[in-house]
Design a protein around this ligand. Sequence first.
Ligand code: XIL
Length: 401
Amino acid sequence: MMVKRSLGIWGIAAALVGVFAIAPAVATVNEKTPSEQTLRSLALRHGLYLGTAVDLSAAKKTDEPRYSQIIASQFSTITAENVMKWDALEPERGKYTWAAADAFMSLAADNHQLVRGHVLVWHNQLPCWLTEGVATGTITRDELREILKKHITTVVKRYRGRIWQWDVVNEAVSDSRDDADGVIRYKQFWYQHLGEEYIADAFRWARAADPKALLFYNDYNIEAFGDGSAKDKTQFVHTMVKNLRVKGVPIDGIGSQGHLSTRYGNYDAFQIAETLDRFASLGVATAITEADVRSPITEGVKQGLSDDVNAMVHAQAANYSALLRGCLGSRKCLSFTLWGFDDKHHWTTITDLGRGRGAESMAGIYDAGYRPKQAFTAMKADLAFSGAPYVQNRLPQKPMP
Ligand code: XIL
């Protein structure tokens, strides 16, 4: 006889009792077979929150119910894909447009989901009044710092107590491909105009506005350590976070975006787990925050030839698995978020990330008609067929005061 140990209840309880609670370890036996269960319930066996970025305009479409149904059923944490970015929140200086972000927060509450707030400080999707003001010199350095402080304070206070993890600073560091010498440096708008101190400031301002949210630094291409040299971005971020913590800057987590392509060799699960563990040894939690795995769209794929299609979907599944197993293998990895789940709405469907190397995509774990792919099944198997001693319940993170 099957014993029902209602894992679902723990998940809901964790969400209701306190949004920051981590589901306790439960030896689960469920009436449903693993393949009948959701990503959400299988992940909570490990205390892991499984999430996705949400395209709010797609979620609002009444003629496309599958999009919202999948969000509600499969995921226990969500991130706003765009509606919490600065250009969406303050398109005109001093005039905040909260409607979409508020609607997103309600969606999460209705679905009993935890929220990853995304994003407070980033060089992209800034409002024009800000970038133009800085470019023309009408906004001075001192004023820019005050503007950033006000932005962080206003946004974080509005959702205080309702955000589990905030991406406070996003992509502040260059990539080995950005400069001819391959050396990693601070980069972009905020660094150029405020110097590197803006990073510590941003975390301090965010903490002052919400004492309980977990404050994250988030970046891409930090899934694995390289040679530890000045060209190793993962090492750079590790050192940066270490130094911030030593200075008492309230940083609670490192988010590894996890944008992969089957075009590259990418990483194995052990490298990813080891990297997350090395981050965790600094005293921070970790998360996979924007997982997706795109593929080159070859002529064969376009024509639906099984040689090409099968190779693609299995390579994709293997990469999703590596990310997920890596997270499962590191007990401080608290959440695993996909940056979109279906090919129809996926951001890489409309963004060429190939740096001139031709179209890539089909990055979702569902196809454009919401049919689950190999990657979906592989992820469920990873969650179902794992446990002690190597996969254990998540270790909670306390916000640094
Ligand atoms: C992307 C969104 O998915 C797109 O819809 C938007 O046009 C551009 O931004 N890293 C991040 C995310 O931190 O905010 C980005 O999201 C993807 C890369």
